[in-house]
Write a protein that binds this ligand. Structure first.
Ligand code: PLP
Length: 545
């Protein structure tokens, strides 16, 4: 009687177990004619031929270097319409190979028009996503090795370099020793701050549920401010936190848009009296709308008093804390269970590189580890190593620490500090320009390199300047000369519909001038902020009405 064993791909009928999959993995060393592959072997295709890589790689580096040389000649915000690319590219992939030159031509003619140039000196939108030669080289090297370092054994250097580099960075930030790998904690590189928030939320959720029982999920409550990044809301959705249990607490100008301790304490007390279980506070150092800083120390104490997990999201402003004069913004970090910062924002490390430290790595590991047979190995079984697969959502992971390592080595701490200081100095200058122009006002205190400003609306303006500023923003952005983003402060002490454009003076040196662009019918003009990437050239503020 035939055994009912599924036929493996490429194997003989009935031949299952371990042999056929193993042959599949070995690929070209299969005995000829033994197992028929339904696809041709490599033949003339040599995907990683070293000499072709050298030739093409050099050409690609030249292409990218030329792009950087001419980056200011492109409209910084892409001006294409949705669906533009489908009209330019064929409907299906080419059957036969094309030349690299053909690809370059298409990049120039079809792709670049659809690029918003994040690395342009004219780019002031969102938070910066700085690249650098060091970060770029690290990316190249990572692509070159192309390892998938989920466990230590899959590339010991990848895990060990990550541990070392994150300890270096923790020391630069003067994080308490508990966050170092030598203690119970340690750092890990996630793809994004959103993933960092999600993994600590999962760890915190499981930790509390181990105490109060799994059935209490519906009672768990999360606290944050109305300025907290929406990544927290998304994390709560994924983690199964009941939507009505996410407390988005109001902030206003009186606290510079930082979380108020009274508001947090009241919310916690009221939830406790309702029989709910407060378990997670997310504080932000450098909020997305105005770079506000929540009171870390005090929030940490509240969290501790109620046995809650305390996470600090310093995605943008964490980088500034490598400078001694800005370190005080994270005073109290010793109270935090976890602390995250995006090195891919303001730390010259090419996207993606979001750094997360935890005080107790076992919390993450208990939530996120799995141990299937095919991943078992001696080093892991003996608990002798870190397996970062257990500190993150996916299994596979890139060798991202290389780029951070190169940034730290090729620039050094002192240069990185002056880079940050320079941006903040430039933001101060821009703030002064805005303040000295009677048509504009700064709408939220400037702390780092983010300046929030708006055109002052005429008295009794119906929507408090909303339409006015929107049309200014549209004019600025559709000019292709600079790219600004915006935000809205909702009604509060600051007044209804308070609106501001936020210009991010992140990656480049900034100077400001004003050029006239008619935005009828109101007699205001385009703010054309442009940067001169290296120099303190003369600059002017022309008031043209
Ligand atoms: N937290 C803060 C304070 C942010 O400013 C941002 C993005 O700008 C995020 C989280 C989300 O970042 P990511 O894209 O890395 O998930």
């Amino acid at each position: 009687m035939k055994r009912l064993v599924p036929v493996q791909f490429g194997g003989r009928e009935g031949e299952c177990g371990t042999l056929a999959p193993l042959y599949l993995r070995l690929g070209s060393s299969l005995p000829p004619g033994d197992i028929g592959f339904p696809f041709p072997m490599e033949g003339s295709l040599k995907p990683m031929d070293a000499e072709q890589l050298r030739e093409y790689g050099h050409r690609m580096v030249d292409f990218i270097a030329d792009y950087y040389k001419s980056i200011e000649s492109f409209p910084v915000l892409s001006q294409v319409k949705p669906g533009y690319l489908a009209e330019l590219l064929p409907e299906s992939a080419p059957n036969d190979p094309e030349s690299l030159q053909d690809v370059f031509d298409d990049i120039l003619q079809k792709i670049i028009p659809g690029i918003t140039h994040w690395q342009s000196p004219d780019y002031f939108a969102y938070f910066p996503s700085n690249s650098s030669t060091a970060g770029f080289l690290g990316e190249m090297l990572s692509a070159g090795f192309n390892i998938v370092g989920f466990s230590w054994v899959t590339s010991p250097a990848a895990t060990e370099l990550e541990v070392i580099v994150l300890d270096w960075l923790a020391k630069m930030l003067k994080l308490p020793n508990q966050f170092l790998s030598t203690g119970k904690g340690g750092g890990v590189i996630q793809g994004t701050a959103s993933e960092a928030i999600l993994v600590v939320l999962l760890a915190a959720r499981d930790k509390i549920l181990r105490n109060v029982g799994k059935k209490s999920l519906e009672k768990l409550v999360v606290y944050a401010s109305d300025q907290t990044h929406s990544a927290l809301q998304k994390g709560c959705q994924i983690a199964g936190i009941f939507p009505e249990n996410l407390r988005v607490l109001k902030t206003d100008l009186t606290s510079s848009y930082a979380l108020s301790l009274e508001v947090v304490s009241e919310a916690i007390s009221s939830d406790l009296s309702a029989g709910l279980i407060p378990f997670f506070i997310c504080a932000t150092v450098g909020t997305t709308s105005s770079a506000a800083v929540d009171p870390i120390s005090e929030l940490g104490k509240i969290a501790k008093a109620f046995n809650m997990w305390f996470h600090i999201d310093a995605a943008y402003a964490g980088s500034a804390c490598i400078c001694p004069e800005y370190r005080h913004y994270i005073d109290g970090v010793e109270e935090a269970d976890s602390f995250g910062m995006n090195a891919h924002k303001w730390f010259l490390t090419n996207f993606d590189c979001s750094v997360l430290w935890v005080q107790d790595r076992s919390d993450l590991i208990q939530s996120l580890s799995t141990n299937p047979e095919y991943l078992k190995n001696k080093a892991s079984q003996e608990n002798a190593v870190v397996d970062f697969k257990d500190w993150q959502i996916p299994l596979g992971r890139r060798f991202r620490s290389l780029k951070l390592w190169l940034v730290l080595r090729l620039y050094g701490v002192a240069n990185l500090q002056s880079y940050i200081r320079n941006h903040i100095r430039l933001a101060e200058q821009f703030e002064q320009l805005i303040t000295s122009d009677s048509r504009f006002e700064v709408v939220a205190p400037r702390t780092f390199s983010l300046v929030c400003f708006r055109l002052i609306p005429p008295p009794n303006d119906q929507d408090n300047g909303y339409k006015l500023n929107h049309s200014l923003l549209d004019s600025v952005n559709s000019s292709g000369k600079i790219f600004l983003s915006h935000t809205v402060f909702l009604a509060g002490v600051a007044g209804a519909g308070y609106y501001s454009s936020e210009g991010l003076l992140g990656s480049q040196v900034i100077f400001a001038s004003l050029n006239p662009i008619d935005i009828k019918p109101i007699h205001y003009f385009l703010v054309n902020i442009w940067s001169v990437s290296m120099l303190f050239k003369e600059y002017e503020l022309l008031v043209l009405i």
